[in-house]
Write a protein that binds this ligand. Structure first.
Ligand code: UDX
Ligand code: UDX
Length: 458
């Protein structure tokens, strides 16, 4: 068995993760394959298909040396004995479990493909987030061939967050490897652990059984999202009571048992994982008849949707209950700063609701305008949308600004200049509590932040 690595799926997870392995382990050849030719071409070009600080540097350093991008999946399977599968596992849109369960068709196709093409023993690693016990199904598919080949299925979920992927990969809190608790499984776990051990301390490499590993990934995302929904529920209460959600978050976060992270009230969480993984957890709980557990986790998603709609309702109410024909500048469309990713971004729902009210929206974002165009392609009044990279131009003659992504460069904008160019009264709705509200108010804006009392001149 060789040490060469193949990764099927060159997305937000597969791309950076494998680039980091190639960067840290020069003695290992890493090949990333994908069915999408355009994506592979982009990985081989000067403009990578995803924006992630620090990624370009490591890809450019290793590409062509021990890091390769290709669409030749068959050759990849033949040449490499360690195979990561990092294809997408979206929420099912059809049939049983539609809207909740994970759609495993791509994963299953990959397993069958590996079985057909392989002519030596393989370690097959789940990098995609999958429902607990998927590995068992995959092992059954792989072992169902006529060839005398040993397949070992491991689970090695990825905990990187977008925008900080490179740092998260370089200094992970932990690396989790789950595998069968037999000799063959333990051998495979140690083979994978040895790769990570080239830059991660062994005490941080956790070895578990397969099911614990699969479930830990879903649970980690559910816990993180739950914190955001919890503080967002308190933000609604703060807006009614003159309590300030950032003061509450600071006060509770000082308790070591709670801790300060993931307590930032916002317009809501987005990203490809939180909602999908929670719904998946809900589905699994239901499958096992655990209705109360399912309902408990479902509420995290319901609270998030409430927070997005509440934001738009507040805008509408503040602007005299009508925004028809009014220009609204949207600052930020990505689901968080430092990424061009807009999957499940709260901005999608906010913009669609504003368009339903016949507002004219001008969307600005340093990285996500291309994706934003795709996300809003299906709205009926598309002529009411303007895409404008320059935030100053986006705000010209606008009645309101809605800040939806906490890009650092927005803090440096000249808000006096922006205010002067806008219609009056000018409104500022800060969905991230990102800009100094006292400063905005002193310039003349009517300021609405999350979980704080509004500051208005009206
Ligand atoms: C995805 C899932 O969202 C996440 O839950 C999981 O943990 C890892 O995979 P991400 O990398 O962000 O995360 O997805 P995406 O950017 O869509 O990348 C998946 C890639 O797999 C795409 O480039 C797609 O073309 C490719 N793919 C998909 C294949 O190569 N073969 C397939 O059969 C299906
Ligand atoms: C998440 C997990 O953090 C990561 O471990 C997992 O591998 C993938 O899913 P990601 O979705 O990339 O990562 O970003 P994350 O930083 O977790 O933010 C998710 C969303 O929650 C963003 O929209 C962010 O703005 C929001 N958020 C986060 C808040 O609103 N408040 C917070 O305090 C933290």
């Amino acid at each position: 068995m060789n040490n060469n690595i193949l990764c099927i799926g060159a997305g937000y997870v597969g791309g950076p993760t494998m680039a980091m392995i190639a960067y840290k382990c020069h003695d290992v050849n890493v090949t990333i394959v994908d069915i999408n030719q355009e994506r592979i071409d982009a990985w081989n070009s000067d403009e990578l298909p995803i924006y992630e600080p620090g990624l370009e540097e490591i890809v450019k350093e290793r590409r062509g040396k021990n890091l390769f991008f290709s669409t030749n999946i068959e050759q990849g399977i033949i040449d490499n004995d360690i195979i990561f599968v990092s294809v997408n596992t979206p929420t099912k849109t059809f049939g049983h479990g539609a809207g909740y369960a994970a759609d495993l068709q791509y994963w299953e196709k990959c397993a069958r493909h590996i079985r057909e093409v392989a002519n030596s023993d393989k370690i097959v690693i789940e990098k995609s987030t999958l429902p607990v016990r998927t590995a068992a199904a995959m092992a059954r598919i792989l072992e169902h061939g006529s060839k005398e080949i040993k397949f070992t299925v491991l689970s090695n979920p990825e905990f990187l967050a977008e925008g900080t992927a490179i740092d998260d990969l370089q200094n992970p809190d932990r690396v989790l490897i789950g595998g069968p608790q037999n000799e063959q499984g333990k051998f495979a776990i140690e083979k994978l652990a040895a790769i990570y051990a080239q830059w991660v301390d062994d005490s941080k490499i956790l070895r578990t059984n397969l099911w614990s590993s699969e479930l830990s990934k879903l649970t980690a995302n559910a816990f993180l999202a739950q914190r955001v929904s919890s503080i967002n529920s308190i933000s609604a209460l703060c807006e009614q009571t003159e309590a300030d959600v950032s003061e509450v978050a600071h006060a509770i976060g000082a308790d070591k048992r709670i801790g300060p992270k993931f307590l930032k009230a916002s317009i809501g969480f987005g990203g490809s994982c939180f909602k999908k993984d929670i719904l998946n957890l809900v589905y699994i709980c239901e499958t096992y008849g655990l209705t109360e557990c399912a309902e408990y986790w479902k509420q995290v998603v319901i609270m998030n949707e409430y927070q997005e709609s509440r934001f738009v309702a507040r805008m509408l109410k503040a602007m005299f209950n009508t925004i028809a024909g009014k220009k609204i500048a949207i600052l930020g469309f990505a689901f968080k700063a430092d990424t061009g990713d807009t999957r499940e971004s709260p901005a999608i729902k906010v913009c669609k609701e504003l368009l339903q009210e016949n507002a004219i929206i001008t969307i600005s974002d340093p990285q996500a305008l291309k994706s934003a165009k795709k996300d809003l392609a299906d709205v009926s009044n598309i002529e009411n949308i303007i895409f404008e990279p320059d935030p100053y131009k986006a705000a010209e003659n606008a009645h309101a600004i809605a800040l939806l992504t906490d890009w650092k460069n927005y803090k440096k904008l000249d808000f006096k200049k922006i205010y002067d160019s806008m219609e009056k009264p000018a409104f500022f709705f800060d969905g991230r509590n990102h800009i100094d509200s006292d400063m905005l108010y002193s310039i003349g804006f009517n300021v609405y932040t999350i979980g704080q009392t509004q500051k208005t001149h009206l």
